[in-house]
Write a protein that binds this ligand. Structure first.
Ligand SMILES: CCCCCCCCCCCCCC(=O)SCCNC(=O)CCNC(=O)[C@H](O)C(C)(C)COP(=O)(O)OP(=O)(O)OC[C@H]1O[C@@H](n2cnc3c(N)ncnc32)[C@H](O)[C@@H]1OP(=O)(O)O
Length: 398
């Protein structure tokens, strides 16, 4: 909506309830406050084109009068739409994000001190037995990104998971500025809980630069995501699938299913649930469920988060058999970003495990966009063991 006034007319009056934020589109105005009653008044300053005033919430009362000095046109953003003015990006620490489970809320960090940030495991986020490694990678990378010149984006990262995290304690991310060069910048981020370093990440950032270009890797021929089942439907089918043990089906039926913020579509039916041996490879499409703001740093953090979801367990495929219970935990994780990514568009994750030995599985992966361009290369090494106890309680060592 807009508001108009001629020279000398009041556009807002002191003591009146504010109805939104006013942006001056044309003309000039004067701000003044009454000092005692109506007689004395006191000019504060003048407003010109593109200046703005007013309040974004309906409870505020104007503390000054605004009078048009000439013909004045203001565009008014009513307070009920003022949330549009809030930034939606990992650079914002908007508290309202905590109410909905979007990727931006999961990666949201609170600045505590210079180069120190705090992240949490949202209570309503999906959980497994351990604090999800991808959460630590995504939040630590977000912390590092906040300390780097915005023209530089992450191109490589290497992380180590040192101790299992505690779901109920905040993660404190300490960023160490190792180097700031003209083209590159390097950061180390340590994640601390109760005084213990649980995770550490090294990340290198680079400015965009013209250079040599080739791609030998080719995306395998896979069905497009639109032709494949959403994970939710696969999950529902477990309830009635007679191939699955009854105990497993009961667990699916009674367990609370919390949808992931990442949508996943397997390119071929996954047999891992059935306890059947299969080759050490997997291909699936993934993307963030929510639309993300255009912030390349955010997109890379979301891809980093998602990359740890279904990766290491591919190394268990050739060892699966009925009744075999396993424990697994990511030990380290490396990523190389070759190109810009859009985490809210489909990405094909092609995983292969060339070796497992000494209770460690090794996986390597490639992520392609829908055109077949290689976006990211990844590797991970993780602990894979036969479970010694039927239901091992995984507790934090902090
Ligand atoms: C989108 C939604 C996301 C959220 C949903 C996610 C779902 C998807 C999930 C995706 C998941 C993605 C992947 C992720 O996110 S995994 C999460 C990220 N990774 C980690 O948290 C690993 C952190 N690192 C460590 O915990 C340590 O470095 C480890 C443990 C690796 C080594 O440290 P250490 O050298 O000290 O270890 P240890 O060898 O002495 O053993 C440690 C303990 O384990 C017991 N133990 C040993 N062997 C067995 C056995 N065979 N059966 C049963 N228990 C066994 C053993 O008794 C001992 O306990 P205790 O005696 O000390 O009490």
């Amino acid at each position: 909506m807009d508001a108009e006034a001629d020279g000398g007319e009041y556009i807002v009056c002191e003591g009146e309830r504010g109805d939104g934020v006013y942006f001056i589109w044309e003309g000039e105005a004067e701000v003044f406050r009454s000092i005692t009653g109506d007689e004395e008044s006191h000019t504060e300053f003048q407003l010109k084109c593109y200046d703005y005033f007013g309040y974004s919430t309906s409870t505020y009362i104007h503390h000054a009068n605004v009078i048009a000095l000439s013909k004045l046109t203001c565009l008014v953003l009513p307070h009920e739409h003022c949330s549009l003015l809030q930034k939606k990006s990992i650079w914002s620490t908007d508290k309202s994000l905590e109410t909905c489970l979007s990727m931006e809320s999961i990666l949201n960090l609170e600045p505590i001190e210079v180069d120190i940030f705090q992240g949490i495991n949202l209570p309503d986020a999906p959980k497994s037995e351990r604090v999800f490694g991808g959460l630590l990678i995504g939040q630590a990378l977000a912390a590092a990104s906040k300390t780097v010149d915005f023209l530089k984006v992450v191109h490589g990262l290497h992380a180590y998971f040192l101790i299992g995290g505690d779901f109920d304690e905040p993660f404190i991310y300490e960023v160490h500025r190792l180097r700031d060069g003209k083209s590159f910048a390097t950061r180390r981020v340590d994640a601390i809980q109760k005084g213990n370093m649980i995770f550490t990440l090294l990340a290198s950032f680079q400015k965009e630069e013209e250079g040599f270009d080739h791609q030998e890797a080719t995306m395998p021929a896979v069905p497009p995501p639109g032709m494949l089942w959403p994970m939710e439907e696969v999950h529902e089918s477990f309830l009635t699938n007679p191939l699955l043990p009854r105990t497993y089906r009961n667990m699916v039926a009674t367990g609370k299913y919390i949808p992931w913020p990442i949508e996943i579509r397997f390119c071929e039916p996954s047999t891992s649930t059935y306890g059947i041996k299969s080759p050490p490879s997997l291909r699936y499409w993934l993307r963030a469920k929510d639309k993300l703001s255009d912030d390349q740093a955010l997109h890379r953090c979301v891809v980093a988060y998602a990359s740890d979801l279904i990766f290491l367990n591919v190394s268990l495929n050739p060892h699966r058999r009925k009744g075999l219970e396993t424990i697994s935990a990511s030990l380290n994780h490396s990523m190389w970003f070759h190109r810009s990514v859009r985490a809210d568009d489909w990405i094909c994750f092609v995983i292969y495990s060339p070796v497992a030995n000494n209770a460690r599985g090794f996986v390597s992966g490639q992520m392609f966009d829908r055109k077949g361009e290689l976006l990211v290369s990844l590797t991970q090494e993780g602990l894979i063991r036969k479970d010694r106890s039927p239901n091992p309680p995984v507790t934090s060592k902090l």
